[in-house]
Structures are given as structure tokens and as C-alpha cells.
Design a protein around this ligand. Sequence first.
Ligand code: EPU
Length: 487
Amino acid sequence: MQRILFVCLGNICRSPTAEAVLRGMALREGVQLVVDSAGTAAYHAGESPDPRTCSSAAQRGYDMQGQFARQVRVEDFRDFDFVFAMDRQNLLELQKLKAGQAGVNPELFLQVYGGMGINEVPDPYYGGQWGFENVLDLLEDACARFLKALKMANITANKSLLEMNTLAINANARYLAEAECMTDVHEIMAFAKRESLPLFVMGGGSNLILADEIQGVVLRYVAQQVQVLKEDDLSVVIRVDAGVMWHQLVMHTLAANWYGLENLALIPGTAGAAPVQNIGAYGVEVESFIELVEGLDLLTGELRTYSHDECKFAYRDSIFKHALRDKFLITAVQMRLSKSAAPVLSYAPLADRAKTVPGVSPVELAQWVIELRSSKLPDPAVLPNAGSFFKNPVLTQDQYQDLKTRFPDLPAYPSGEAYKVPAAWLIDRMGLKGERIGLVEVNRLQPLVLINHGGNGADVLHAAHEIQRKILQQFSVELEIEPQTLP
Ligand code: EPU
């Protein structure tokens, strides 16, 4: 539940009116909020609001009974999600009080939520009745806008993202906002703009390192439809909303007899995140199926699409990780899947198993992949991890030959002119399997996976940097961290 504190000088006219207006509006609209008010000065502590304020508010249906003035406290910055000042002087006093302490930054309410070109609520204390009506007009207008932003965009303040990232890093987002449609997204963009906060996009959180607290708005697009756009005898083009869970999509397509995604079964995360790192496993990459990525430019709010070529897909890479990072929200992915089965068995353990089962069906293949993944990769729900933590490095011919001379048992997969070397082998060969670096453990079964035992982003990154340093020292190979970091 959101907690809002309004602050003026004496807490008998403007801020208690704001409190009563917002509480009344929220009650009418069924939004649960905690609303309070306070004064920067203690002159009227313990007093009821000014009777002129009470009668004007009562005429508009706002009840101020039970409200008593109090002075603002430094704990308020921690106890409330929003602290709103009525005028600039109040804001200045609040900023002085907070001075470097933890908690929410106070804001000038009308500057952020007012719509009449007026940034301050004037003090009506020494004026006539008109002043009190004016205060109500200004506050009703701004409270309606504030409430709408909170309600429509499903915005939560100071939200822990612990449950939303598979490394189980306990970092807070200043705001978490979940969008189900474009209107929500626009509302969230407007909210971030009004609050002068940056927007960050998050998917399933399975390929993510929360490096620190996020002083911004974390946006999740949670729509979950799968639609058929085109279909002929050979193939089908589907449009998958970004919020669909990837593994569920794989199972859904197999049940519909649409083939291609079977090797990508059990990959955690959302369909919207799949193109970002061009997810891949067991000889297949998602880019082979992607025709179009749909989304929204987070700077202009315009809708736009990226064709397969414009996505600049590469090994665990795309334009969305670089030029479009935090600038583009993926809302849907269009994929072409085949109606005839063509199992990809290039990965040795799958090929070996297929020898004993000729004519393996895509559903069986998906089952093998599920078994293989489950036997090698720890379940993030039990042992928090983000899958492969490093990319497999790609070495030039010369680099590869040098290393092969020093380590004749080095495995490698030719990739064009170059050689892809398993990072798991390098880490294994360094004797790091099962090692702990602080709260982070190099997984025993698959050393490319790091397990987080309660560390924060800095702990995880420290362990990763230690591994990178050791590998560089021993093999002269630079390991690149694969998951994305936020912020
Ligand atoms: N290896 C060792 N010791 C080990 C484990 C592996 O030396 O303890 C060596 C072996 O030579 C083995 C090789 O590493 O043949 C490759 O291991 P594995 O087949 O498990 O694959 P990987 O290269 O470690 C990549 C992907 C995985 C994907 C698998 C299967 C990357 C960064 N990782 O891992 O993707 O599931 O292949 O295709 O390319 C992910 O991206 O999060 C991910 C899990």
C-alpha cells in the first residue's frame, strides 16, 4: 500500500486539506492508501485544522474530523513513499531536514502533478473564503492526476525485486510499474517524466544482475497473449506478447504441432527477453525464428518494429543489449515456426541418444532437453543463479593455437575463422569448481553457473571479476559477463 505525506507550514490549512482530498478520492475509487499530513513548524501541533478549511472541504464531501496537526519528523522520509510539499519554502525546509539521510526525496506536489501551470499551493490563512476554495480546486486537480497515475499503471513504491530476479538479489526499485497494455506504458512514461526518474525495463529477471538499488522506475510489460498472424501448409507466424513465459510458449507451440523451439525448452525468462540476449541452447538460437520485434521507443513513446536484420543478432547478443538498452520496450515478438518436424541433433549428447531412438519426435526431443538441462543446470528456485554467467569466448586462430599448445586437451568449436572455447572448461581447469568467493559459489556440476548464497549485486560482481582476473592471468583469455546489469 502506498504511503503519502503532505507537508505545509503549520499543518492546519493546506496539507490537511490535501490529506482529506486524497483520502476521500482514494476511498471513492477503491484505492487503498495511507495518507497523512504534517507541518514544517510546530506552532499548531495537536490542533484541529482551521474551521474555514474544514467547512470548505466538508461542502465538497471531504471529512477532516480526527485530523490533528503535527510537525514533520526525519523518520517520515523513510516511513512514506511520497513526501509532497505545498510550496517552495516548505520544500526547502524539508530538504534541510532530510539533508543526506536515507529515504524518499521531498517533491513540490503541484510541480509534479499540477496541471494549471501553478507550482505552489498559496497559503489561504490570511485571506478570505475564496483562498480556501482555490486551495481545494488546485488540490483536487493534482490529487486526481496523482491517483490516476498510481492506479492505472499499477505502480508500487520502494519495491524489493528479490522475488523477481533468479539470482535472488535483494535490491529495491524506487518504483516498480507493471504494464498490461500500451495505455499503461504511456501512463508509466508520463509518471517517470513527472518524477524526473529514469525508466528501466525488466523481463523475467533470469538473466539479470541487480548491481545496486534502482533510483528509477522499473517497467515490466506483463501482457500474455499468443496470436496466430499467418498460416499456410508449411509454417505459421505467431505474435507472442513479451510477458509470456518462454518455457510455456515452447510447450504451447509443441502442443499445437508448430516446431522449432524444442531445443530451447526450459530456458527461464520471458518471450520479450528472448531476443535481447538471443537465447540459445543445444545447437539452436532463437533468432532463427524471429521475423519482427515489436515495441515502443521509450523516449518518444512511438511504436516501432525491428526486422530480424535490424535486430543485429549475434551469439548471446542483439541491438537491444547495446544501442537500444533502456531506450526500447519490447512488447511482442513475431516468430515463424514450421509445421514439419526437423529435429536439430548437433549437440553431442542429443545425437548420441538419438542413435538409440531413430525418428525422435519434437516432443520427445524437448523432453530430452528438459532432462539434460535439469541434470546440468541448478534450478534457480533452489540455488539462485542466472544460467551461464559468462559467454563462451571466441578466439582468433593464433590465440587458439597458442592456448592449444599450452593445453593440448582444450576443447573448441570452430566458428568461421575463429574458435569458440567453453568458458566452463577454463573455469574447471583453474580448479574453481565448487569454490566460494564470499557469498558466491562456482557451481560444482556446471562451473559456468554462479550460485548466489544471499549476496548483493556487489558481491556477485566481485566474484565474477575475481574469476575473470584468474582466467586472464592463466589463459590470457577475457571472459565476458553474459547477464545484463541494472541499473
Ligand atoms: N565443461 C567442462 N567442465 C564442466 C562442464 C563443462 O570442462 O564441468 C566443458 C566441456 O568441454 C563441455 C563444454 O564445457 O563440453 C560445454 O559445456 P556445456 O555443453 O554444458 O555448455 P556450455 O558451453 O557451458 C552453453 C550455453 C548454455 C546452453 C548450453 C547448451 C553459453 C554461455 N552457454 O553452455 O546456455 O544451455 O551451451 O547448448 O553459451 C545460458 O546461456 O544461460 C545457458 C545456460
